[in-house]
Design a protein around this ligand. Structure first.
Ligand SMILES: C[S@@+](CC[C@H](N)C(=O)[O-])C[C@H]1O[C@@H](n2cnc3c(N)ncnc32)[C@H](O)[C@@H]1O
Length: 350
């Protein structure tokens, strides 16, 4: 046996183990609003953190030590102070920042909670339905996706498709399929007041949250409907249809794509946004691929198989996307040149 290889593997394994455990503490910090209280405060002693947060001293001492050891907080041993650097605060404390990553702590927690159900499905078949992941997953997905899309959807993604922004400004009918908590639909309705935007989702919790946000914003051109995408209304049709991070989760993606095809008006555009993966395992090897396949095993695949679905899984690339769209009847398929570590973007037309 190559002992150096064993040690190297042990080292890598323990890095993952440490990361997973620290993510648990990050999750507690996220839930208790600790990072918001530390942001832009400079170095603080434990006593000052206790005073600012009102949290329990003994727990804080341990958690701050963990976050300092993990280099999430900067620790000054001479002054015994903890500091959240601005760059880390952008990722952990500021929900409006496009760099915000706090939603992942919620998503990972929901994924781990699904382990017993997925293990059962491994043996017996079937899967864990979306509803069983609970509100943590719904909120976690929104907090993971929304910060980026709120800024990038109107600044980068829609403008990458010639003519689409002009039409949105003139006023068209837009559908966001699998809208989740409604951040994309809300962003479009706000940016293009002459257009009417409807978000469709199967999940009642998501639609409830989406409606609450729409009410808060008071937008007359925005509505949300709890509708299965397989039954997306086809009359009077839509000029722009978007699906953000949805197709890989569906029970029956082929059927939904045919329905989107039927609902798209002549001259209309379908923007499909999916995880940024390649088509073959060998191209997906590495950290990003590992995350996608983990998400797939513990969520995307299992929610589809729970209902006897196609079980597309999360990690597939442009070839599969094109094949699915052509089979659904679309004639035009183009990958958009948008640099993004998480997503791939496809402009699809009749
Ligand atoms: C990963 S989430 C993405 C949500 C949102 N688009 C975003 O970017 O945050 C996938 C969404 O698809 C929805 N969904 C899954 N199957 C659906 C179906 N058959 N009809 C409508 N929505 C569906 C889920 O409820 C969930 O909200």
């Amino acid at each position: 046996m190559d002992r150096a290889a064993v040690r190297a593997f042990m080292d890598r394994f323990m890095q993952m183990t440490s990361g997973a455990a620290v993510l648990g503490v990050l999750s507690v910090a996220d839930r208790t609003g600790l990072f918001q209280k530390l942001a832009a405060q400079g170095p603080l002693t434990l006593e000052e953190v206790v005073a600012r947060t009102g949290l329990q001293e003994r727990y804080l001492r341990e958690a701050l030590a963990c976050l300092a050891a993990a280099e999430i907080l900067r620790y000054d041993a001479d002054a015994s102070t903890y500091e959240l650097p601005d760059e880390h605060a952008a990722c952990l404390a500021d929900e409006s920042s496009p760099y915000f990553l706090g939603g992942w702590t919620q998503v990972i927690r929901a994924l781990l909670a699904a382990v017993p159900g997925v293990a059962r499905a491994f043996r017996e078949g079937g899967g864990v339905p979306y509803a069983d992941f609970g509100p943590d997953m719904v909120e976690g997905i929104d907090r993971t996706n929304a910060p980026g899309l709120r800024i990038l959807l109107t600044r980068r993604w829609l403008p990458a498709m010639p003519g689409v922004v002009e039409r949105l400004e003139q006023g068209i009918r837009v559908a966001d399929v699998g809208c989740g908590c409604g951040s994309a639909a809300l962003t479009m309705a706000k940016a293009y007041p002459s257009s009417t935007v409807t978000g469709y989702d199967l999940d009642p919790t998501s639609i409830e949250r989406a409606r609450e946000s729409a009410k808060r914003e008071g937008l007359a051109n925005l509505q949300f409907e709890q509708v299965d995408a397989e039954a997306l209304p086809t009359e009077p049709g839509f000029d722009l249809i978007t699906s953000l991070d949805v197709i890989h989760d569906l029970v029956n993606p082929s059927k939904v794509l045919r329905r989107i095809h039927a609902a798209l008006r002549a001259g209309g555009t379908y923007l499909m946004v999916e995880p940024n993966a390649a088509d073959s395992l060998e191209e997906n090897l590495g950290r990003e691929g590992a995350l996608l396949y983990a998400m797939s095993t513990l969520h995307c695949l299992t929610v589809s198989l729970a209902h006897g679905g196609e079980g597309l899984g999360t990690a597939w690339g442009p070839k599969k996307a094109e094949q699915l769209c052509l089979e659904a009847g679309f004639q035009s398929f183009r990958r958009l040149e948008i640099e993004n570590p998480f997503n791939a973007f496809y402009e699809i037309k009749l």
